[in-house]
Design a binder for this molecule. Sequence first.
Ligand SMILES: CCCCCCCCCCCCCC(=O)SCCNC(=O)CCNC(=O)[C@H](O)C(C)(C)COP(=O)(O)OP(=O)(O)OC[C@H]1O[C@@H](n2cnc3c(N)ncnc32)[C@H](O)[C@@H]1OP(=O)(O)O
Length: 152
Amino acid sequence: MPDDPDAFAIYPSASGRLLCGGCAAEDRCRLGIAAVDATRFDVVCPAHWQGGPGVAHGGWTAAVFDEVLNLAALSTEPRLVTKSLTVSYLRPVPVERPLLVTAQIDHHAGRDWTVSARMSLAGTPLATAHAELRTRRPDHYARHEAWLASHN
Ligand SMILES: CCCCCCCCCCCCCC(=O)SCCNC(=O)CCNC(=O)[C@H](O)C(C)(C)COP(=O)(O)OP(=O)(O)OC[C@H]1O[C@@H](n2cnc3c(N)ncnc32)[C@H](O)[C@@H]1OP(=O)(O)O
């Protein structure tokens, strides 16, 4: 554990990717997300995320939305957490097929952000998402660790 957990920040990886803490060491997004720019993402659901036959697990779809919704706001605010995430599953999402996910900032005031995104295959929407993000307080991770320690 770092001395100051709130020093945590996302920097481009060796290959220039913006990756979460879990994927940075491997320098690849294990969810299958490749950024085109800050609001467009080429995504392929890896076969190991299959839920039903040939169909993505709904948790994979939610995780992809969580990631891209944060990435859409990351260039403006690097210290974000997700406060809420709502996903509408419109059609089954196939594994191992090229998907496009677009994301946008809908509103931002102070620490509060609302963002939305859409996942599509060849122009047909498969799922949409809305999220509330919040700018972390400067002591967010330290406060979490103190709370956790008090429950040991
Ligand atoms: C990570 C980003 C990486 C980007 C990488 C590029 C790709 C990234 C993609 C990946 C992106 C992935 C992104 C993700 O998925 S981030 C991971 C998923 N999201 C979270 O973990 C957020 C958890 N929720 C919170 O931290 C707070 O509720 C927030 C910040 C949303 C509001 O809290 P805020 O302070 O603004 O409002 P409040 O004062 O009303 O508090 C509400 C309640 O919460 C308690 N509380 C608050 N804070 C803490 C704390 N630190 N430690 C312990 N407790 C805390 C507080 O005491 C109160 O409880 P109670 O007193 O009512 O009982």
